[in-house]
Ligand binder design. Structure first.
Ligand code: SF4
Length: 410
């Protein structure tokens, strides 16, 4: 099944090819949000990211940022999304002039960008994130009642000393006005600043699902992209500690981990984590590596589509079809060479299109359809990696070509 696709004769992003560049030094006066804090411009209402004007001094819990897709869905930003009416997940991101204090190599929010761009103006998963007063968001969603387009809300913590307390404040403000049964809440946590008690507090306040953005699939890759390798504070050990706390406190089907595919791990590496998460009772939420502009990996290739499709397919089989990693076969590069099911069964599953949709926390349609559709967060619309909508027959034909998996003709 694997084929030779890249200039280097490979159809996967190998570890040796995926080294991040080193972060530049930031002048002292620009560190910790220096430019924004020295001007201290008072915010007023919604702030749309704009690198050419003075960024106001906005701070959670009064302010959060939201994805472009959520802002369009709420009518805060004008615009249309390719083949999507709306997003089903209201993704919110804590915000501070100091920004995220970590330095993950693939992330547009990373600390090394301080000199280049104020925090609220940075791109993240390929889009802008407008800053909006939390009270205004809650008013708008509450006004729609049961008719809200959102199937889920998600609070993304960042690495900042205030993010634990502010996540609690945002969650409380939300659940005071909006029934978590109408719009359940996910927490995309920041394990580095958290203790087990923090996980329990969020559960006690009505959060539905707790996730950990593990992102890198092996300890070595984690350290290279999120830890010592890029002067960043995260550790593999702490991330797993909080993931285990989440399993204990939130319980089966109510926790998960984000994984980015194509940063230098093998397909076997990432699918081993998928299987471990499934054995623990949780789910994996997959992202296709895309070289985010301004990040320390922006010079590297996006994940070849056949690597990505194989992992998407295998992850779906493990998470929803009772196939186990041990049923699959892998070649000498760790690439999936057999999915462990008869071809006719695989054909039926591919034709549903479900393995190729964005994966994440579920919405109200069905367990294996994510509310969190993150339109074009991991690819341009011209070459979709995660489909934020139900793929049609033409899309599925393209996916089959990318996987090198033609349909059996009876
Ligand atoms: S998959 Fe879940 S935790 Fe991750 S961003 Fe989406 S809603 Fe949040």
């Amino acid at each position: 099944m694997p084929g030779d696709k890249t200039a280097k004769g490979m159809d996967f992003n190998a570890y040796d090819e995926m080294a991040p560049r080193s972060p530049d030094k930031t002048p002292a006066e620009l560190r910790n949000g220096g430019r924004v804090k020295s001007q201290a411009a008072t915010p007023s209402g919604v702030y749309l990211p704009n690198n050419n004007i003075q960024t106001p001094d906005m701070r959670s819990p009064e302010y959060v940022q939201m994805s472009t897709a959520a802002a369009i869905t709420l009518g805060i930003m004008a615009g249309k999304m390719y083949r999507c009416e709306c997003t089903r997940c209201l993704n919110l991101l804590l915000t501070y002039p100091e920004g995220c204090r970590a330095n993950c190599a693939y992330c547009g929010l990373a600390r090394h960008r301080e000199a280049d761009r104020d925090y609220a103006d940075r791109n993240f998963i390929r889009v802008d994130w407008p800053s909006v007063p939390v009270a205004e968001i809650i008013e708008k969603v509450a006004a729609d009642g049961e008719n809200t387009p959102f199937h889920r809300m998600c609070i993304s913590m960042i690495t900042h000393p205030n993010s634990d307390a502010d996540t609690v404040s945002v969650l409380k403000a939300w659940t005071d006005r909006i029934d978590p049964k109408t719009v359940p809440v996910s927490i995309l946590s920041n394990p580095t600043t958290m203790q087990r008690d923090d996980v329990a507090t969020l559960h006690g306040l009505g959060a539905d699902i707790f996730t950990v953005a593990l992102d890198a699939a092996t300890p070595t890759l984690f350290d290279r992209t999120r830890g010592k390798g890029v002067q960043s504070p995260h550790t593999w050990k702490k991330y797993w500690e909080i993931l285990n706390d989440a399993r204990d406190i939130f319980g089966k089907e109510k926790f998960g981990a984000h994984l980015i595919v194509g940063m230098g791990e093998t397909e076997h590496d990432v699918l081993s984590v998928v299987q471990d998460l499934r054995d623990m009772g949780g789910h994996s939420h997959m992202f296709c590596f895309f070289p985010e502009k301004g990040s320390l990996m922006d010079h590297l290739p996006a994940t070849p589509r056949d690597q990505w499709r194989r992992v998407q397919m295998a992850r779906y089989l493990i998470d929803y079809c009772n196939v186990r990693l041990e049923h699959m076969s892998f070649d000498e590069h760790g690439r999936v060479s057999d999915f462990g099911l008869p071809k006719a069964e695989l054909d039926g599953i591919i034709d549903t299109g479900l393995p190729f949709r964005t994966s994440g926390c579920p919405g109200k349609f069905q367990e294996d359809i994510s509310a969190c559709d993150r339109p074009y967060g991991d690819s341009p619309p011209s070459d979709i990696a995660s489909f934020p909508f139900q793929p049609n027959k033409t899309d599925i034909r393209k996916v089959r070509r990318q996987m090198g998996f033609p349909k059996t003709v009876n």
